[in-house]
Write a protein that binds this ligand. Structure first.
Ligand code: PLP
Length: 438
């Protein structure tokens, strides 16, 4: 361990965090970045390349946060950066139609099974994508109620801040002050991986439920894959009930397979929400589906949705280049092999030190819990030993590995995580588990 990679040697980050806390609530622009649940202070990041983030203290950390998902091709991929620079020279924003956004929309629709032959609308974040898809589902069906899973996170729109995962789960505020009761009155909850609970809600509210929104692989209560048959059953129920099935693939899109979870598991939703990788590190979200539903959006139809920076040329350049590279280089097989190597290696080392542990890998997404046996939903995820997670997190950081500072997040592998990076991570884990067990 070098001193630079020692999480305790964070003098500059500490200084910056103190300054940040004076002018930014909690010192961060998104709550989970604050390290509240793992203790310590967040490293401030100066730059990132490949699979490393470099802190203001000079430490190069192996990064499994990947900007919370977008960095599938590693940080600052030269071709993506070049595309953004080239676009920037032609102007930062026009608020008008561009040729590149047509190419981008065509490519997104080519990748994602449910969008083939359909349409996609670009927005600027995953939150906007889910919020807009739900408005569309309500406008299309003329119904008000929606279903979400406990521990599912779909961004911070009022109606979705009910039993929310991710940062809300981390900080133990699964709802939010400031959300009027009326805003969540029509939001119904089910446990993840429980299709019968969904069927029961449809039986209890006939003709009232517009949509179910679900992460096809949950990534915001830790990483939890769908049980065999779960997504298929959601498809059957929503089809039978005339409701819209929305896959929130903001995290899973282009990550668990080129066409996302819907391609991997062979279940096609009505609407798909995208974010993260689709923007290649720039602010992009997207939602789309069949023409019949998408033609309800303004200006074609009565469902309003708009955005000054939607289809921003720099964001489009980054996203388009990222998708082109995925299409050209076909990285998913190698990504999956690297992810499995990582999780298998972690499991072996946890077992060696007698640590209760379970892990999951789906494509280039992974997670782990400090509990023995499989985890299927949020309630089970909460059984993980959170103190152990916090200790593991700081032991790994001390050893130069940057994991998401919360048990209720997924980890992300990129094409830049080569054998050396995985081996280094496993060596760090060996030491971290030893410290935990000792
Ligand atoms: N949906 C899922 C599954 C997410 O993981 C996230 C963010 O982590 C969102 C939606 C919200 O996306 P954004 O943070 O870009 O608004």
């Amino acid at each position: 361990m070098t001193e630079h990679n020692d999480g305790r040697a964070q003098a500059r980050s500490k200084e910056l965090f103190a300054a940040a806390c004076e002018v930014i609530p909690g010192g961060v622009n998104s709550p989970v970045r604050a390290f509240a649940s793992v203790g310590g202070q967040p490293p401030f990041i100066r730059k990132a390349t490949g699979c490393h983030v470099v802190t203001e203290d000079g430490a190069a950390l192996i990064d499994y946060v990947g900007s919370w998902g977008p960095a599938l091709l590693g940080h600052a991929h030269p071709e993506v950066v070049e595309a953004v620079i080239k676009a920037a020279r032609d102007g930062l924003s026009f608020g008008a139609a561009t040729a590149a956004e047509v190419d981008f929309a065509e490519l997104i629709c080519e990748f994602v099974p449910s969008l083939r032959g359909g349409m996609v609308r670009l927005v600027s974040s995953g939150t906007e994508a889910t919020m807009s898809a739900l408005r569309l589902a309500r406008g299309y069906t003329g119904r008000n109620k929606i279903i979400k899973c406990a521990g599912g996170y779909h961004g911070h729109a009022d109606m979705l801040l009910v039993a929310a995962g991710s940062g809300a789960a981390t900080l133990n505020i699964p709802g939010s002050a400031g959300v009027p009761p009326d805003a969540v009155h029509d939001t119904l909850l089910v446990p993840y991986n429980n299709a019968e609970a969904v069927a029961e809600l449809f039986a209890a509210h006939p003709g009232e439920i517009a949509a179910i929104i679900v992460e096809p692989v949950a990534g915001n209560m830790g990483c939890i894959p769908p049980l065999p048959g779960y997504l298929e059953r959601l498809r059957e129920i929503t089809r039978r009930e005339g409701a819209v099935l929305i896959f929130d693939e903001v995290m899973t899109g282009f990550r668990v397979a080129p066409g996302g979870a819907q391609e991997r598991f062979g279940v096609t939703p009505d609407l798909t929400c995208l974010g993260k990788i689709v923007g290649g590190g720039m602010p992009v979200g997207a939602y789309g589906g069949p023409r019949e539903i998408m033609s309800k959006i303004a200006p074609l139809g009565p469902v309003y949705q708009a955005g000054t920076l939607s289809g921003n040329p720099l964001s489009v350049a980054a996203g388009l280049e990222t998708l082109r590279l995925i299409k050209r280089d076909k990285p998913h097989e190698a990504l999956e092999a690297a992810t499995l190597r990582l999780t298998k290696g972690l499991a072996e080392r946890a077992a060696k030190h007698g640590i209760a542990w379970t892990d999951v890998a789906v494509g280039a997404m992974f997670g782990f819990f400090f509990v023995a046996g499989e985890v299927h939903d949020y309630e089970e995820a909460k059984r993980s030993d959170l103190d152990r997670f916090a200790a593991f997190h700081s032991e790994m950081l001390r050893r130069g590995v940057y994991l998401a500072p919360s048990q209720f997040e997924a980890g992300f592998v990129s094409t830049a995580h080569d054998d050396a990076a995985i081996e280094q991570t496993l060596a760090a884990a060996d030491g971290a588990f030893e410290a935990l067990a000792g």
